[in-house]
Design a protein around this ligand. Structure first.
Ligand SMILES: [Zn+2]
Length: 430
């Protein structure tokens, strides 16, 4: 019963708003129809909504809407029956500010402020921080940009795995972006899809940003800790005096891989490393690489920085590129339809650079990439290669890194919740 009463709750005040006047009834009627999309609320009222039948002309209230798909501000204003002449005034006033007319997106908020029966102004908000306020008064139509202060609060988030990392952090009220960030920071050491177990524990130290005491978004993650069956892993943010930043483990080693997991971003493995029957040669042979099925022309990325040692025809592998990397590692890409720009023997390539395009040259039954990794000249399973780490903290910076690390560890030892108020007004209501 209690639930039903709660559901019925919002209808009450809306009905009573009918006293306010016909125009507003129409507007609020729209709002009710689009329940969930439109939020109508009172800002300040001389009389309560359920008060006397005749509204004071000084009553003010706001209605919030947002741009629909492909909609511009003018479209939203027209939907709210704002006359074209006034829409033109709004655009002219906004043109006096740095308002970006080409950057209106679905979901941008449009707020309508009413005084009595009259539209007193509108506000356009792309995010909680910046809004463009347009006023209509005796002085004409004027627009001003308003930037709200952002309060930063450093917090500890702590929990235990129940099901998956994703579910466990969502259950704590955290946002998907933070979960992805956390998993990426520790991805060198932990595969969060396959290596987590119930009751593993995790901790994060990060900034949370607030506007008007309301959560706005997550800020920088300073430290993460994961302790589970597979091990005990830390990640610390560190920016060196030259401005280069990365996440490092407690020894100052980089947590970033210098080798990509795959030379194709979206592709299906069609043949793994190991023995297989060759459909053209009709024999069982050792498959010394991985085949990725992908359409002809799909760009193929170098998995790491390196030097091209071959870019040419290589028998059954057709058009073939081989790149030598640091640490005795080499990568090979076969059956290419063509080569990447400037890819020839002796040239250096960067990680992610296109070395060629998927094709079916050589012995291939269909378009695919044959991808091979060699370690010390011997073919190895690319999925088993332990990628080299990016540069560690320079030894001359280790003392500073250790100071940051110690302060992050001290914060991580605190109870979950805010650890330090970075700005004076950083006192969220929660
Ligand atoms: Zn192959």
């Amino acid at each position: 019963m209690a639930e039903i009463e709660q559901q019925g709750g919002p209808v009450g005040p809306v009905k009573r708003v009918g006293f306010v006047g016909r125009a507003v009834v129409v507007l609020l009627g729209l709002a009710v129809l689009a329940a969930g999309v439109l939020v109508v609320r009172r800002l300040t009222m001389k009389h309560p909504v359920c008060g006397p039948e005749t509204p004071s002309p000084d009553s003010t209230y706001v209605a919030e809407d947002s741009l629909g798909k492909g909609e511009m501000l003018a479209g939203a204003l027209a939907r709210w029956r704002v006359p074209q002449a006034r829409i033109n005034e709004v655009y002219a006033a906004l043109a006096e500010t740095d308002f970006d007319f080409r950057n209106m997106r679905r979901g941008d908020e449009v707020v309508f402020a009413y005084k009595g029966l009259d539209l007193a102004g509108i506000a356009y908000r792309k995010d909680p921080v910046t809004s463009y306020n347009v006023r209509f008064d005796s002085a004409g139509t004027t627009a001003a940009k308003e930037t709200k202060p952002v309060d930063t609060v450093r917090v500890v988030v702590r929990g235990a795995i129940k099901g998956s990392l994703w579910n466990s952090l969502i259950a704590l009220g955290e946002k998907p972006g933070l979960i992805v960030n956390f998993a990426e920071i520790l991805s060198y050491d932990v595969d969060f899809l396959t290596e987590v177990n119930d009751r593993d524990s995790f901790e994060l130290l990060l900034d949370k940003l607030y506007v008007d005491s309301t959560f706005y978004r997550d800020g920088r993650v300073y430290a993460v800790h994961y302790k589970g069956k597979i091990g005990n892993y830390y990640g610390f943010f560190y920016r060196d005096p030259s401005g280069h930043w990365d996440y490092y483990n407690e020894k100052g080693q980089s947590l970033r891989k210098t080798v990509l997991r795959s030379p194709l971003q979206f592709a299906k493995v069609t043949s793994y490393f190991g023995m297989r029957y060759h459909p053209i040669l009709r024999t069982w042979r050792q498959h010394t690489g991985i085949d990725y099925g992908a359409p002809t022309g799909t760009p193929v990325s170098a998995i790491a920085d390196g030097t091209v040692t071959m870019a040419g025809w290589n028998g059954g592998y057709g058009n073939f590129v081989q790149v030598r990397h640091a640490g005795g590692l080499a990568s090979c890409y076969g059956h290419l339809s063509r080569y990447g720009a400037g890819v020839k023997a002796g040239q250096t390539v960067r990680q992610g650079q296109t070395v060629g395009y998927v094709g079916m040259t050589g012995l291939a039954t269909g378009p695919h990439l044959h991808f091979e990794v060699r370690q010390g000249g011997k073919a190895v399973n690319p999925l088993k290669v332990i990628p080299p780490r990016a540069e560690p903290v320079a030894s001359k910076n280790m003392p500073e890194f250790n100071v940051f690390k110690a302060s992050y560890l001290a914060d991580l030892a605190k109870p979950a919740g805010p650890v330090v108020a970075v700005t004076d007004s950083a006192r969220p209501a929660h």
